[in-house]
Design a protein around this ligand. Sequence first.
Ligand code: GRF
Length: 194
Amino acid sequence: MVKSIGPKKIRTAVFISGTGSNLENLIKFSLKKNSPIQIDLIVSNKKKAEGLKYAKLYKIKKKIYNYDKKKNSEKKTLKDLRLNDIKLVCLAGFMKILSRNFIKKFKGKILNIHPSLLPKYKGLKTHERVIRNKEKYSGCTVHLVSSRLDSGKIIIQKKIKLFKRETPSSLKKRVLKHEHILYPKAISKVFANL
Ligand code: GRF
C-alpha cells in the first residue's frame, strides 16, 4: 500500500486490461504531496495484463477477475472495494463494460478516460475511425461513468490537431501523452473542493 503524508487521501482503485501506462501515471501522481488520491487497489480482467507489473513495482494490492461471468466478477470486485474502503474508481483502459448495478453502487465515483473528443467516437478503434473520417481534430476526455458506454458527465477534455500524415499509431501515441496530463488534472478538478 502506498502511504500518504499530510492530509488524508482518497482511497482509489484503478481498473485495467492492458499496458497500464495511465495506471503508472496515476500512481506517480498519487505519490505527489498535493495529489488528492492514493492508489490502494489494482483490478484487472486479464491475468496477463502488462500493467499488472506496477502492482509489484509499487507494492499495491491487485485482484484479477476474468469478467466472463460478469455478475460473479462484479460481486467479487465490489467486495474488494468495500474491504479496501475504496472511495473512487478510475478506469484506465479497462475493456469491460460495467453493469448498471455496479455503477449504481458506486454512483458518481467512477471515472473513465477515453481517447476521443466525446461524445464523438465512443467505443473501440477510435483513432482508426478518426483518421478514416478525415477529422481535423481529436483528443481525449475524462468523464464520469454512467450506464451507457462512454457517456456520463464530461469533466475535462483536451483537443489536439491532427498532422497531415497522421496514422492511427502516431495519433494513439500523441493522444496518450495528453491522457497522462489530463487524468490527474480531472481528478484534481473533481476533488478541488474537498
Ligand atoms: C488509453 O488510450 C485509454 O484512453 C483507453 O485505453 C488506453 C489504455 O492505455 N481507454 P494504457 O493501458 O493506460 O496504456
